[in-house]
Design a protein around this ligand. Structure first.
Ligand SMILES: *Cc1c(COP(=O)(O)O)cnc(C)c1O
Length: 414
């Protein structure tokens, strides 16, 4: 079997210097208590066996002492089970919130929120570069079947949100940084405005993960994550979660969740808990690798443009610095050329995997125009700047030398 390791002396002195700079730098500001909570919140040793790992509890139903009087607080697993409860406590702590709720996917969490807050005759404002699945649900289910209207706006300017508000606006849906153009919007400013109008805000926190960004501390009513990505972290579980501090809102969301379903099984919750424990170290490593790669790409003559919130050239770099503890593991760049060059470049990868999704330990690289965002209408893609030479990279935890070498050898093929 061929091992794709960078040969000695394959890395240029400039790249070596970059690596040395960031090996020393403390990129991510300390997130007090995050690591401890991720490992211990909701995860006390088992009171009977002393086991330190939360058990995978597969019961779908729970015995009752008398009719309507269960032994504990579980009755049926769609409404809650012990492994899910442990994860819900842990994710709430990670998001600096009180109430966590787990779902069978990020999309199930999203639909639960929109279903709860917007019905016939209501209006929702959403960022224009929102996750494809969110936009599809909003346009093709919520709008077409449930009678909700949507306005999609560029949220990098809070004025666009202000202009879009109507009397019947019930929800503002924020996502930052966005996918794949990594636009950053000011969560604090948007949420302050929403509060003044009594509109609920939900922030999709998937790209930064709770380690790098805390929407609830920035004023958002709900923080929602696709656990499938950084929290799970190993590309082996599909799950979602939301966290809120508002008890009344939590009760409404819980009612929707138990009624429409879309709740997770015990094995998935176990994997999510296992992933969350190492989120901190994985995120720090991904940020470091991504910063080095983005600076390497910015100097590469075969690259037209690089978008990474950690670069001073990023248009919202200052906002990112203000609200994020690190700049994340996602990089978007435009190679010089057309779809032909994109295809050749991606097919040449040896260490990075050509695949959709993100947030795993392995680096994943793709061309959104023909992969993740193929279902976005071509004119909308054009408007959002998702061109055929746009490459999206989810930087993993491989050795930085091997990642840079992989890009270098692929550039040599175009
Ligand atoms: C993947 C993703 C989702 C949807 O999550 P699933 O777990 O795939 O259902 C939502 N938002 C963002 C930003 C995502 O990347």
């Amino acid at each position: 079997m061929e091992h794709h390791i960078a040969p000695e002396n394959s890395i240029t002195p400039e790249v070596k210097e970059l690596i040395a700079k960031y090996e020393k730098a403390e990129l991510v500001k300390k997130h007090r208590g995050f690591g401890t909570n991720a490992i211990h919140a909701g995860q006390e040793p088992d009171p009977i066996t002393g086991g330190v790992s939360v058990p995978i509890n597969l019961s779908s139903t729970y015995a009752q002492k008398f009719p309507g009087e269960p032994f504990g607080h579980f009755d049926y697993s769609r409404c809650g089970h012990p492994t899910r409860e442990a994860f819900e406590i842990a994710i709430a702590a990670a998001e600096h919130g009180k109430y966590g709720m787990a779902f069978s996917s990020g999309c199930a969490a999203t639909t639960c929120i929109v279903q709860t807050l917007a019905g016939v005759g209501d209006h929702v404002i959403c960022c224009d570069d929102v996750y494809g699945g969110t936009q599809r649900y909003m346009r093709q289910i919520s709008q077409q079947k449930n009678g909700v209207t949507f306005t999609f706006v560029d949220m990098t300017d809070v004025k666009n949100v202000e202009k879009a508000v109507q009397e019947n606006t019930k929800l503002i849906w924020i996502e930052t940084p966005t996918n794949p153009t990594l636009k950053v919007c000011d969560v604090e400013a948007i949420c302050a405005f929403a509060k003044s109008k009594n509109i609920i805000t939900a922030t999709d926190n998937t790209f930064p993960s709770p380690y790098l960004q805390s929407p609830l501390l920035l004023g958002s009513d709900i923080s929602v994550n696709s656990v499938t990505k950084y929290i799970g972290g190993h590309s082996d579980v599909v799950m979602g979660a939301l966290v809120t501090n508002n008890k009344e809102l939590r009760d409404k969301l819980f009612f929707t969740s138990k009624t429409i379903g879309g709740t997770p099984g015990a094995f998935d919750c176990y994997l999510a808990l296992r992933g969350l424990k190492t989120l901190k170290v994985r995120m720090e490593a991904a940020c470091k690798n991504a910063q080095i790669i983005s600076e390497y790409l910015e100097k590469n003559p075969k690259v037209e443009k690089v978008i990474y919130p950690g670069l001073t050239s990023h248009p919202q770099h200052e906002v990112a610095k203000k609200q994020m503890r690190g700049f994340g593991g996602m990089i978007t760049f435009f190679i010089k050329g057309s779809i032909e060059e994109s295809r050749k470049f991606l097919a040449a990868m040896k260490v990075m995997t050509l695949a959709e999704s993100l947030g795993g330990v392995e680096s994943l690289i793709e061309c959104p125009a023909v992969m993740t965002h193929f279902s976005v209408p071509p004119e909308v893609r054009k408007e959002l700047g998702i061109s055929d030479n746009l490459i999206r990279l989810s930087v993993g935890l491989e050795d930085i030398e091997d990642l840079v070498y992989d890009l270098q050898q692929a550039f040599e093929k175009i």
